[in-house]
Design a protein around this ligand. Structure first.
Ligand SMILES: *Cc1c(COP(=O)(O)O)cnc(C)c1O
Length: 456
């Protein structure tokens, strides 16, 4: 299994050929899932006592299984938060896999972690956090949010007064579902401000003023969103920071989706106040063109994260060589063994330079503005709200929820586009509307035009 023979050489070439084909393709199918039963009928048993052989298995992958995915980098895949990893980043993902680097400790992954940290320094510089702030790459925004919440809670509980209290955090209903999910994991309660529009310092102030004595005692963190996943709305970060500082509460900004836009001069002022955060989540696998999976958590004071997350690696103490001592990514988030998942981002940044990142993010914002204009010009559709970051919410006049579902299905079935509806809170009811989220700079005005025309 670990030996080299001619079959292995051939397989290496086949796999590389496949990867080259995918990386250099300018067009590829939008992809469609199949039922488990259908896939099983197509491929049969693949994991057997004697193995079916690499060539056979790889053919099944090429013929059937690879086609049952919906790749996120299709220019007319505008659903959820799509992605568009750069070719340089994808290539270095292959290098990362081939290199067997354990990315938990500097001792084993110094070269890889060095590269990750170069990329991280750039991301941290975008936030404007004070000197000393730093971060680490995680599996995604969910793990980043959890790592931040746990750091905040452990720091809060260092004070005897709170050491036996169950924590409480405040966020808004615009916050991502992972905040609620991770609050559960960390066993903290969550209080939701009931507005999907921008959460302001005033809203927060009023919410805190309404807490009873014990609730106020339990409140240890506020989670603001730097670009809501549904609508691209950025909370009033400065106003919220003000309240958090006065109240001595941890201020976390979840910019998993929106964080890439910190690089875009046209919208950067909307994030003012983010430099006052205690922790920030940014997903390079969303708007920094990194392949999955790559999230990031950044701390104003990384020592606090270390206090919360460091696992005792006493076996490491034997390493005398100075080169073995350095930044240990495991100390700052929940995971021990990890791939150096920031490495593809580093290679892409090094290859293209940060100006290209700026331009590619600006293009997503521009596409949202273009879509807004095309919607204004089209009598069949209207904006639900002005485009924000790269999200556009709009309605097809006269459509019921099932019309949107049907339209999404038809477009996907035809292999034309994937645009999914969402819900938008309108007073007390939730309206079903259509939503674009732009990430891929290869999406064109014509693509948007065609999608809108398909609603006629
Ligand atoms: C996508 C997203 C998350 C979750 O990130 P994953 O990488 O999917 O774990 C969290 N918060 C926001 C605002 C997001 O957009």
């Amino acid at each position: 299994m670990h030996k080299i023979d001619i079959d292995l050489i051939e397989m290496t070439l086949d796999v590389m050929k496949f990867a080259i084909g995918r990386i250099s393709a300018t067009e590829h199918p939008i992809g469609k899932p199949k039922k488990y039963e259908e896939l099983k009928a197509l491929v049969g048993e693949t994991v057997t006592e004697n193995g079916v052989g690499g060539e056979y298995a790889f053919n099944l992958w090429k013929e059937h299984l690879s086609k049952a995915n919906v790749p996120v980098d299709h220019p007319r895949n505008l659903a959820f938060v799509p992605a568009a990893p750069t070719r340089a980043a994808i290539m270095f993902d292959l290098v990362t896999s081939a290199s067997s680097i354990h990315g938990a400790y500097w001792m084993e992954g110094a070269g890889g972690i060095f590269c990750e940290n170069e990329a991280m320094s750039w991301i941290v510089s975008l936030t404007g956090l004070p000197k000393g702030a730093f971060g680490v790459f995680t599996s995604g925004g969910t793990a980043a949010n959890l790592s931040a919440i746990v750091t905040a809670r452990e720091h809060w509980r260092e004070d005897e007064t709170y050491s036996r209290e169950k924590g409480l955090i405040i966020t808004s209903i615009g916050a991502h579902s992972s905040i609620k999910a991770m609050a559960k994991v960390a066993d903290v309660d969550i209080l939701l401000v009931d507005s999907e529009e921008e959460l302001t310092g005033d809203d927060l102030r009023k919410t805190i003023d309404k807490l009873n004595f014990h609730q106020r005692k339990r409140l240890f963190a506020v989670v603001a969103t730097g670009g809501t996943t549904n609508a691209g709305i950025i909370d009033d970060l400065d106003g919220i920071a003000e309240v958090c500082e006065k109240e001595n509460i941890w201020f976390h900004v979840d910019a998993a989706y929106g964080g890439g836009a910190l690089a875009a001069d046209s919208v950067r002022p909307l994030f003012n106040g983010i430099e006052r955060a205690d922790s920030i989540t940014i997903d390079p696998h969303k708007w920094m063109f990194s392949p999955y999976d790559c999230g990031a958590v950044i701390y104003k004071d990384p020592e606090l994260a270390k206090n919360a997350h460091s696992q005792q690696g006493s076996y490491l103490d034997i390493f005398k060589d100075e080169g073995a001592h350095g930044f240990n990514p495991t100390d700052y988030q929940i995971q021990l063994t990890r791939r150096v998942r920031g490495l593809p981002l580093w290679f892409s940044l090094a290859t293209h330079g940060t100006d290209q990142y700026k331009k590619s993010v600006e293009r997503g914002i521009e596409l949202a503005q273009i879509a807004g204009r095309l919607i204004d010009e089209n009598p069949n559709v209207e904006l639900v709200r002005e485009p924000s970051l790269s999200c556009v919410l709009y309605r097809r006049i006269g459509w019921k929820p099932e019309d949107y579902t049907h339209w999404t299905y038809e477009n996907h079935e035809k292999g034309f586009a994937l645009v999914t509806p969402t819900k938008w809170k309108n007073g007390d009811t939730f309206e079903t509307v259509s939503r674009f989220c732009f990430i891929n700079p290869d999406t064109t005005e014509k693509d948007i035009q065609m999608i809108l025309e398909s609603m006629n």
